[in-house]
Design a protein around this ligand. Structure first.
Ligand code: ZN
Length: 104
């Protein structure tokens, strides 16, 4: 019997192996819980890793700029960012917690 490597497809285009590893690290650091929900006292499993400062606004892949996030929060954040980019203010007032995180 010979060892065979499974074919690894790059399903996440634009993000390579480095991002996959980093993403895993951030999820583990944040206990696989959405950090935005956690600030609001909710425990929601995270499904993604978000850039706190969007890359479009100069955010980096530094772990300090990354947080585990759930789908609804990610969508809300993305649409708020899009609204801001268009010069509109988000419908909900954004407040910042003591550690500088936005509370949605
Ligand atoms: Zn959430």
């Amino acid at each position: 019997m010979t060892w065979q490597h499974t074919n690894r497809s790059r399903h996440a285009r634009g993000y390579g192996h480095r991002w996959v590893k980093l993403r895993e690290r951030i999820l583990a650091r944040d206990s696989y819980l959405c950090q935005t929900c956690a600030k609001a006292g909710r425990l929601t499993p995270a499904t993604a890793v978000d850039h706190i400062v969007p890359k479009a606004q100069g955010g980096t892949d530094d772990p300090g700029n990354l947080a585990a996030i759930c789908d609804p929060c990610h969508r809300a954040k993305t649409s708020a960012e899009a609204a801001r980019a268009q010069g509109r203010t988000p419908r909900r007032r954004v407040e910042f917690g003591p550690d500088g995180w936005p509370i949605w």
